[in-house]
Design a protein around this ligand. Sequence first.
Ligand code: ZN
Length: 171
Amino acid sequence: MSIRPIVTLGDPRLRLVGERVTRFDKELGRLLDDMVDTMRDAPGVGLAAQQIGLALQLFVIEVEGQVHELANPRILHLDGEDTDFEGCLSIPGFFAERSRAGFAVVEGQNRRGRAVRVSGGGVLARAIQHEFDHLQGELYVDRLPPGTELVTVDRLREESTDGEEDLARSA
Ligand code: ZN
C-alpha cells in the first residue's frame, strides 16, 4: 500500500472521462488500497481515480468510519436539496457553497466485481455526487452559480461554528 500524489486543478487528467473497470483482480485491489491510503492521508472523505491521474470509473469514500469502494457506479436516485460548503482534494485550501441533492443512491461494483449499493444523506450523499462527477471529468467548481465565492479554509475556520472535524470534507 502506498500514498499516491494527488493531481490538482489545471492538470488535464482531471478532465478525462473514466473508462469502465473490467478486471477485478489483485491489481485493482492494490489500487483501491492505495486510494484509501491516499484519501486518509490527505485527509478527505472521498477520492476518485482521476485524482491520482487514472481515467477509470472508480472511487472510494469514507464517511463515519465506513469505507465504500465503487467501480462503474450509476446514480439510481437523488432526492431533496442540501446546500453546504464543499471542497476538493484537487483544489486544496478552498471551499464553496454548493447545492446538491440531500439524499443519494448509487450502485456499482466492489473490488470482487459484486454489485453493491450505497445510499445516504448529508456528507455521504454529497461525497457520492462529488466523486461521481470526478469520473465524468467534472469538478465541483464547474457548476457554481455565478457570483459564488471560493472561501479559503482559514476563513471558513474563522467563520464556522461547526466543529473542526466538520471542516474536513474535501473529496
Ligand atoms: Zn474532488
